[in-house]
Design a protein around this ligand. Structure first.
Ligand code: FES
Length: 189
């Protein structure tokens, strides 16, 4: 995975040559360049965990669109981060009915306390971002949390500390080797 530009100023973040190449390949494959906006945003977000404004402009140039058109697509989906990267692990805590009845809200609140932040904001060390989620499609395992690709199922809200330990361990395992564990997300702004 390409190192997220968390230590660069927002204005100096640039698409990597590999990203440009991938986007150009998609342009040749899709009948309309507009259709490449969403895959391009996902490509950047997956690698860097955010899509800086400067990169929105670059994507627009590549696709021969107005930056506002790319920005509109980005802002339509609450999924994309634009002010700073989300944590190495993005933990979606389900708060829909089955999970809520089994302590999903409590889980969300207590997990945020342990991470030392509020929903949507990364921990100071950039390891974890906790997010509130609607149904994750695993109601039979309520309450559950989807952390990147990993589903934590049948959680006990009274043992949120154990979940927190597991998420921290996951963040260490998944952290980009080129990324400093002491990088503060605020360095990005
Ligand atoms: S209600 Fe939580 S996974 Fe469906």
């Amino acid at each position: 995975m390409t190192t997220a530009p968390t230590t660069l100023s927002e204005s100096s973040s640039r698409l990597t040559p590999e990203m440009v190449q991938q986007i150009e390949q998609w342009c040749r494959r899709y009948p309309d360049k507009r259709a490449v906006v969403l895959p391009a945003l996902h490509l950047v977000h997956h690698r860097w965990r955010w899509v800086p404004h400067s990169v929105v402009v670059q994507i627009a140039e590549l696709l021969e669109l107005a930056p506002a058109e790319v920005q509109d697509t980005l802002s339509f989906y609450g999924f994309f981060k634009q002010d700073k990267p989300h944590g190495v692990v993005r933990a979606w805590v389900c708060r829909s009915i089955s999970c809520a009845l089994r302590g999903g809200d409590e889980l969300l609140e207590e997990l945020c306390k342990l991470v030392g932040t509020r929903p949507g904001e990364p921990a100071r060390d950039g390891s974890i971002t906790v997010e509130a989620a609607e149904c994750l499609g695993a109601c039979e395992h309520a309450p559950c949390v989807l952390a990147n690709e990993r589903l934590y199922r049948g959680l006990d809200p009274r043992d949120v500390a154990d979940l927190y330990r597991q998420l921290r361990k996951q963040a260490e395992q998944e952290r980009d080797p080129g990324e400093s564990s002491t990088t503060s997300p605020s360095d990005a702004s």
